[in-house]
Ligand binder design. Sequence first.
Ligand code: SF4
Length: 900
Amino acid sequence: MSGIEGHISADAASLLRGEIAAAGGREVFFLGHVNEDGVVVSAEVLARGTDVSVAAITQAGAYGDVAIHNHPGAVLEPSEADVTVSSLAACSGIASFIINNDVTAVYVLVEPMKPPQLKPLDAGELLGVLSAGGPMGKALQNYEERPAQKEMMAEVIDSFNHDKIAVIEAGTGTGKTVAYLIPSIAWAVTNDERVVVSTHTINLQEQILHKDLPLVRKIFMADFKAVLVKGRNNYVCLRKAHLIEEDPELFEDDDAAELHALLAWAFTTKTGDIADLNFMPRHRVWEKVQSTPETCLRAHCPYFRECFIGLARREAATAQLLITNHALLFSDIAIHAENGVFSDSTILPKYRRVILDEAHNLEEVATRHFGASVSRHGYNRALNTLYRHARGRETGSLMVLAAQLVRCEARGAERGQVDAMAARLNEVVMVSIPAVQFSANDVFDAVAAEVARARPDEAGTVQYRLTPERRAEDMWLRLQEHMMRLVAATRLFVKGVAEIIADVRKLALEDEKVAGALLDVEAHLGWLTSYAATLDAVCNDDSDQFVNWLEARVTDTVTYVSVERAPLDVADAMVQNVFEQYPTIVMTSATLTSRKTFDFFEKRCGLAQYRESFSKDPDVKKKARPVRAMVLPTPFDFKRQAAIVIPTDIDAAHFDAKSTMAGHGHSLRDAVRTLLDITNGSAFVLFTSYGLLRKMAREMEDDLAARGMNLLVQGSGGRDELLKRFRSESHAVLFGTDSFWAGVDVVGEALQSVIITKLPFRVPTEPVIEARAEYIDAHNGNSFTEYTIPLAVIKFRQGFGRLIRSASDYGMVAVLDRRVIEKYYGKWFLQSLPECAQMVGPLDELVAQASAFLTQHREAYALRRTPGAKAAGHAAAQAPPPAQPAPRPRASRRRAKDAG
Ligand code: SF4
């Protein structure tokens, strides 16, 4: 403790003193701003508290600021909570002072920090790492420099050095992960500024963690720490686990055995991460112990020191590189968007530079995270977590709160008040919970009944979009009435409990268990409140900025019903919450362009709007950050390695039942069988519809087995399990839909053929797709060419991209949808692919050509694998492709030309 001189100026001290006096001498939390010498010269009040505590809102500060609060007694010694808060703030460059009420003494917990001077990366030095004679060349046998990889690395370096946004399409085999990992680590180590790398799929995360980072560690001399960051709900909350252990009867129901196994693990695990559990608990059981931001007591938690979330956060806070997924990143971004700051509700510590890999998914991820959903399951879950009566037992967080109130150490008049509050809680439970439950069932039964009248798609899903016309229909008016009754019942219930909670808080009971129980109840009230707000908005906000729809998914045993709401456009949210926030953003993927431009990607993810805002406003223009987009070609020799096979005589029935050619030509089943025979399996068959996939699987399973091909069908096992089997079994055939079109890597002879059954157009009646298309049309656009086609082209490229994953891979991609050569838009699909051998014609003729193409590659492949035949094999690998593309049939060629 010392005098304030050199820490707080006289003017600032006077301001602090005045505010403390105005707060009656209670604790006040300030944010101080310093001069060049680190002396606080001004301050603002952020919170006022009690005689013993105040909310610490360090998130509002910037690097170099000082968090200041007073201790009303003369003792300025920091409490444990003070130390914790100041350590968290220090991670963001914020200092911490404690002062007395007269502002004559100060205890400096953390000294003011100066914003770091950033040191630019040395491009020459880093690019040298990738040179044949550099560390990479020494670490890898037969290493060959890849110009595209170096070009990408140079661009990423530039994005760090000049606060740029880079959009980089890097073809398969470019080595893009290493190209961004090396500059990211170099920047983080040199400037002590952590970098986040976010991916869409777990596969890519695993590749980075287990393949790329170990390589980078080997070749890159700097010592660095990289941490995989997972969502909070992956971790067990020790407070909840102890609460259950102490009062098991308040939590146990049908899942008692599983809950006990979970507790046994929770008290022995070193990580608290569900991935380390040796069994998979049911969701409703895990939910009882999982950590959530709403139920976390943070510094007031008795288990704060050993908390697994704290451990994970500390690990992340001390790492230079954070690997995470888009879902977690966007949940954190949504929390920042709501609070305007980084908060301790988020998992990711403060970061300013971000790499978004698999960026083609950004619009979809952002739509999900900036939208909302209310399901029967969600409502029931929130209600059951609050109160459940089963087998003569009452459980749930309201019962826990009532029990803790009865047990807490209140005396005299306070005792009577506390008991009365517990009794009020019981009353609310008895009256309001059944009312909300009844109303919720009423709504979701009515939605299910009404929606069930519509014809479900082959996956059993019905989506009923609320268009302005439908909002005038009797059906919707009836549903709206049910929904608003549920909204009213929910709000009444929440209000009743919230009033009791407010009364309990006024008593300022110093009881951790009561405090924890209050938070648990409030968290679930928060869910109900947001459900009610979403239903209210769906009923009453019909602005065209949101898409609202009812959804029912029917399975053999149950119907899942929900009410959905999503933003029509995520561009504004992306501009405000992403592009304007981070100085360096690198977005990359192998498939960002459509029709050779980034226009579609940039428009859909908001980058086009970000650029536009600069061009219009001269003031904003000054702050404009450069945006650069570039395409880097694949180093693979597609002309030699791949053939695209397009039969012209496949029955059109599976892609266009109304076609005049439907019912003529080879059936889809026969065509798939014929094509599978060419490679003897070793193929992915990609569908756009799960119904057709299942039908074909049923029809072909025995036939394929008789031919020695093992059929693996999406849905018959987890994706990773199916892939593992596919890689290890000879002649396997995998039937997949959506998730197998992208993010799947099978290298080598296990995959020699990809059969695309139909051009991957999204279902036009999907509510968000339909609404976006209508919006474009209504604003003088052409939704088909501006939206539907680009979406399909990107997906088509992803499907095609499954085939060639290494320089020695070879094979064919067959497209069984003639529209790719017959329709005017077909050329946009074909032109989006790398140049490769193209075979177009009747199926029977193509079989011979494709077989010859593959046989020659197979022989070359076998030669390369024969010991001692390396030179010959290499020569064969470098040889020009033997296959000659067949002439296209006249009719098809003419049609394509006419349309062009
Ligand atoms: S700090 Fe939060 S997450 Fe950790 S044990 Fe306590 S309440 Fe649970």
